[in-house]
Write a protein that binds this ligand. Structure first.
Ligand SMILES: CCCCCCCC/C=C\CCCCCCCC(=O)N[C@@H](COP(=O)(O)O)[C@H](O)/C=C/CCCCCCCCCCCCC
Length: 218
């Protein structure tokens, strides 16, 4: 009999990730950290299914997810229920390094900022996928989205490695297949539903971080 399957090894399904991002927003538009992290977990599952060449990316994402999960499970976990409460708690208690070489190199605010920047890449990439044609190249769409967003925050070596890895992405038909949604029309429809959700979560977090001058945390 097969044993339990680790979350990262389960088969990816875009619908599930979409449902998780739907759960992210509270009635008053706060972002639940638990669901935000669960959304990223689902995306990492997708990345893992694309092959080991993306291992260095998924490793970094998993590390950041684990840091945030540790805060959620910590004795002060109730302060981390939403991104808003996390920011308030960490700032009020001076738990965020505003400059390099401080006491809290892995604060929740700083860690989430890295995923937040990656969410912008995701939004741009998915929008390109949604408006792509049969002969569009996933590698080009991914690189364009990356260079327009996340790359600006990465050192040269990471940019080089990331851009090289994009060349190993499967073509559009195989990529759609891994998304596990159904025929291309359904993939496009689901992307049309997912992008505004992801965009809203991104905008709310961006405004919160801008309001507290946290967008450049080292
Ligand atoms: C819906 C289906 C289609 C889309 C599926 C996308 C799946 C993507 C899953 C995960 C994306 C990875 C998120 C990466 C977070 C990166 C955070 C970051 O910027 N870390 C850097 C800075 O961290 P600190 O040093 O300051 O702690 C770190 O240096 C990064 C290292 C690893 C390289 C990151 C490259 C990111 C490329 C993003 C594109 C992923 C390509 C996936 C292809 C589908």
């Amino acid at each position: 009999m097969a044993g339990p399957v680790a979350a990262e090894d389960q088969k990816f399904c875009l619908k599930e990730v979409l449902d998780t991002f739907k759960l992210c927003l509270s009635e008053n538009k706060e972002v639940y950290l638990e669901h935000y992290v669960a959304g990223w977990r689902g995306l990492v599952r997708f990345l893992n299914s694309l092959g080991s060449v993306f291992g260095f990316i998924s490793k970094d994402a998993v590390k950041k997810i684990q840091i945030l999960v540790a805060f959620l499970n910590d004795e002060n976990g109730s302060q981390y229920v939403t991104i808003q409460s996390m920011v308030k708690y960490e700032l009020e208690n001076e738990l965020v390094d505003l400059t390099k070489c401080g006491k809290y190199p892995e604060s929740g605010c700083r860690t989430l900022l890295r995923l937040h920047r990656a969410l912008r890449w995701l939004e741009l990439f998915l929008e390109r996928l949604r408006t792509s044609t049969e002969d569009s190249k996933t590698s080009v769409m991914c690189a364009e989205a990356y260079n327009e967003s996340l790359a600006q925050h990465h050192i040269w070596m990471i940019r080089k490695a990331a851009n090289l890895s994009f060349c190993m992405l499967p073509g559009r038909p195989a990529f759609f297949e891994v998304m596990n949604v159904g025929p291309p029309e359904q993939v496009l429809a689901m992307l049309g539903e997912a992008i505004p959700l992801i965009s809203e979560v991104y905008q709310i977090t961006e405004a919160l971080y801008a309001q507290h001058n946290l967008l450049d945390l080292p």
